[in-house]
Design a protein around this ligand. Sequence first.
Ligand code: SAH
Ligand code: SF4
Length: 428
Amino acid sequence: MTGKPKQLVQLDAAEQAHESRKPLFGLDLEALEARMVEAGEPAWRGRQLAEALYRQRIAGLDAITTLPKPLRQRLAVEGWEVGRPRIARVFQSVDGTERYLVECQGQDAQTVETVWMPEGDGGEAGDGSDLDAPEMPENPEMLGAPSIPRLSAERVGNQKSQQEFVQYDNASGEQGKRWERATICVSSQVGCAVNCRFCLTAKLGLQRNLTAGEIAGQVIAVFERHGVEVGRDRVNLVFMGMGEPLLNYDNFMGAVRLLVLEVGLSPRRMTVSTSGIVPGIERFAQEPAEVRPKLAISLNAPNDRIRGEIMPINRKWPIESVMDAVRKVQLRPRERVTFEYVLLGGVTDRPEHAVEVARLVRRTGLPIKVNLIAWNPGPGIEYTMPQPEAVEAFRGVLAGEGIPTYLRRPRGRDIFAACGQLKRTVEG
Ligand code: SAH
Ligand code: SF4
């Protein structure tokens, strides 16, 4: 018996300390102020804390020197920490894309994927987000202009490069700025419950929701890595990583509010993509314009029959019910709703599908654009990639119908770029 009780006590203490770790990152201004008042401090200390977490991007409590040292120590003893998600692994593509496994705050140390795309992937083209740049041409004849990314046959067909990737653990990415603008793709859940047949994230099932801090923290961690200067650099955010943001509504919008109100980003440079969660879209339509990102709908099929097959969620909320909900969003001047359309070889990529899509999106009566995405293959998914000619023909039909159409560049194919692909490939 000797020695044992002591060991137990120590383990208990360690356990307790572990369990009581509480992240400050993710709390909004009001919550931080309340925290400070609870600690016997004036409420304005909460503002200092918010500045430190979200503007100065300080990652350790001890480095927040605007707070008096005894206060920092007291907070630490009480179990508070900054607790910002951290980039655990980095994968760099030859095309400049970086994909991260970001480790979350929770005790499960779950990882999610976040992607950095210098110069974007074309998805943001023509969406009115480039407020300081001229509008993209809407004339379909202009769609082949060099400023609009085109899908090259070589990229689509190049399977081999998927085997090669470079991984840098915790490497610093700051080697002087070599980008003019960038897009960050952010995850909202670990896995996803929606079960779209073509999506690799679906295979994970829903493991858990991310907290607001874990969602906003992905952005801040990437900002830090690339030395992004808010208010100066042109960075777009797309909530198109793992998960269905509108099924984690409060945390997703909590993160958006932090990013807008505390970090200082414009919601016009953010786009949330949804598979068509009608109650979520209706709630989203009620958000004030000051904090509402732009909306993208994953249409992915020309009609309910095909959509129901590849996206079972369509049986619950068919296309027209989604369109009705989308019409409730009060669009800002020059804002458009994006329809994303994943081209699945032989399933959704025929010219007659394009004609149907054109009619469907025109019928909404809304300012819209279509983003075409060639399907990214993944293990265990039985679809095929569209032929480059089919992609080109599909785009041609939409353009001919006068629909503003953009092609998303397949980025980072060599680092397992498809949605959910990295986590599946690295962690099995
Ligand atoms: N759950 C949300 C956001 C994440 S998915 C949604 O579904 O909209 C983001 C986009 O990636 C969606 O438009 C989805 O249709 C697309 N996508 C998923 N898997 C893909 C794949 N393997 N190749 C290409 N696009 C894919
Ligand atoms: Fe979920 Fe979006 Fe993938 Fe569908 S496409 S399973 S909604 S992440």
